[in-house]
Design a protein around this ligand. Structure first.
Ligand SMILES: *Cc1c(COP(=O)(O)O)cnc(C)c1O
Length: 435
């Protein structure tokens, strides 16, 4: 039975008057799955409630940050005091180093860091730093990886760019796009070939060490090691964009999980506990090129904002102290959800491929293995759209694109997972019977 979204539709009409497409970020629109999104009123733990009072089990978690569930009480409590002391000073506070200490402890590859307000700023700044450090111009990235919306990084990007099926973005001059080499993911030979073709020209390789923004695509065995080996040999920097994977696939991100030490790391999402906060950091000799010490300019009026620091601190403190319980819990809940939904698909005769790393996963509507953007793009996006709609009508809110990873939080319960598996079962049967 379709859910009643009357109030959401009224709010949507108003939003469309003010915002292109009615949204402030394109991934929030339901273009790729048809229909229009519910407007959210509040959230708690694993649940979202919309403006019409419908409840949903949330599997996108604000696109990653909500690893401990919505309105996590210590984070909500932590922002009360700094809000009263004034939300921003534009001057240094103790809280910045408090949060930095936890970041550096979780990420031994980071000697020094700088806080910014979005993942886009973090990756953009890391690349500027890499170009300055190496005195080289080119950047190698991978098809389907998304590193924010700065000009040079939109080339063959994932996330909304992939969802909307556009090769890059209008408004990016060719002169800038030409400085980005887009290579297939999980193909170390393609990286070797790029360095052969552009000897001493590639400043850095930037990678999502587990792709989330083309749907979830794990790095193949030995791939990240190969990137480390090649960049070391060629004098280029290796940047792990862990805006999504940091504190998600392990406390210390994919670099902890796979034991690779990048030169620079970008973080965001979970780092701010739901407030706007991101960071880039790494080797001190590279980071010390930043102004005011060095010649690389980078700045932010609200960088290190006290509310963001407080929410991040509450989140990372909990994750650090409870890592021994939280990550195994996320692993086992995600395992039972992903395999349970996979079994329902098999029973209904719908071909899907499940990819998962920890509490980050995607059900691709394709029978073949998904190892890069091209294999992800073989998915039946019309079937995904039907699945998404049916799940929403059963009170389960999945990411509204085949090319976005889903997330589970520590607030999800076995009952939530059982309900989700049952909803998926009826959705798959409807797809199989073409109802
Ligand atoms: C979300 C994301 C970004 C961009 O972060 P914003 O805060 O949306 O600018 C960059 N890189 C990765 C891997 C991401 O998942």
């Amino acid at each position: 039975m379709p859910v009643d979204l009357t109030r959401s539709r009224v709010l949507q009409q108003r939003a469309e008057r003010y915002f292109p497409g009615g949204v402030n970020s394109p991934a929030r629109a339901f273009r790729a799955v048809g229909g229009d999104p519910p407007f959210v009123e509040r959230a708690e733990g694993a649940y979202l409630w919309d403006a019409d009072g419908n409840r949903y089990i949330d599997y996108f978690g604000s696109w990653g940050p909500m690893i401990l569930g919505h309105a996590f009480p210590p984070a909500v409590e932590a922002i009360r005091e700094p809000a009263q002391l004034s939300p921003s000073f534009g001057a240094s506070t103790a809280s910045e180093a408090d949060l930095a200490e936890l970041v550096v402890r979780a990420f031994p590859s980071i000697d020094k860091l700088r806080f910014v307000s979005s993942g886009t700023e973090a990756t953009m700044s890391a690349i500027r730093l890499a170009r300055a450090y190496t005195d080289r111009k080119l950047v190698a990235k991978f098809e389907g990886c998304y590193h924010g919306h700065s000009d040079g990084l939109l080339v063959k990007a994932g996330s909304g760019v992939a969802t909307l099926g556009i090769p890059g973005s209008a408004g990016v001059p060719e002169d800038i796009a030409h400085l980005t080499l887009a290579l297939p993911y999980n193909d170390a030979m393609a990286v070797e070939a790029a360095f052969d073709a552009h000897r001493h020209e590639i400043a850095c390789v930037i990678v999502e060490p587990v792709v989330g923004n083309a749907g979830c695509i794990p790095a193949a065995a030995g791939y990240l090691e190969a990137l480390r080996e090649i960049t070391n040999r060629e004098g280029a920097l290796l940047i792990f964009d862990e805006v999504m994977t940091g504190f998600r696939v392990a406390l210390g991100g994919a670099q902890e999980l796979y034991g690779i030490t990048p030169d620079l790391t970008t973080l965001g999402k979970i780092l701010g506990g739901g407030l706007p906060c991101a960071a880039f950091g790494g080797r001190a000799d590279i980071m010390d090129l930043l102004a005011p010490l060095g010649p690389v300019y980078q700045a932010g009026t609200l960088s290190g904002n006290p509310l963001a620091m407080a929410a991040g601190l509450a989140t990372l403190q909990y994750l650090t102290e409870h890592r021994g319980e939280v990550y195994p819990l996320l692993e086992s809940l995600s395992e039972s959800l992903v395999s349970g939904v996979g079994a329902e698909a098999a029973r209904a005769g719908v071909s899907i491929t499940s990819n998962r790393v920890g509490a980050m996963f995607t059900w691709f509507f394709t029978a073949g293995a998904v190892t890069d953007y091209d294999s992800a793009a073989k998915s039946d996006t019309a079937a995904f759209a039907r699945f998404h709609r049916a799940m929403l009508e059963s009170g389960v809110w999945l990411p509204c694109s085949q090319f976005e990873a889903a997330f589970l939080s520590a607030a999800h319960t076995p009952a939530d997972i059982q309900q989700t598996i049952e909803a998926a079962g009826s959705a798959f049967r409807a797809i199989a019977e073409n109802r």
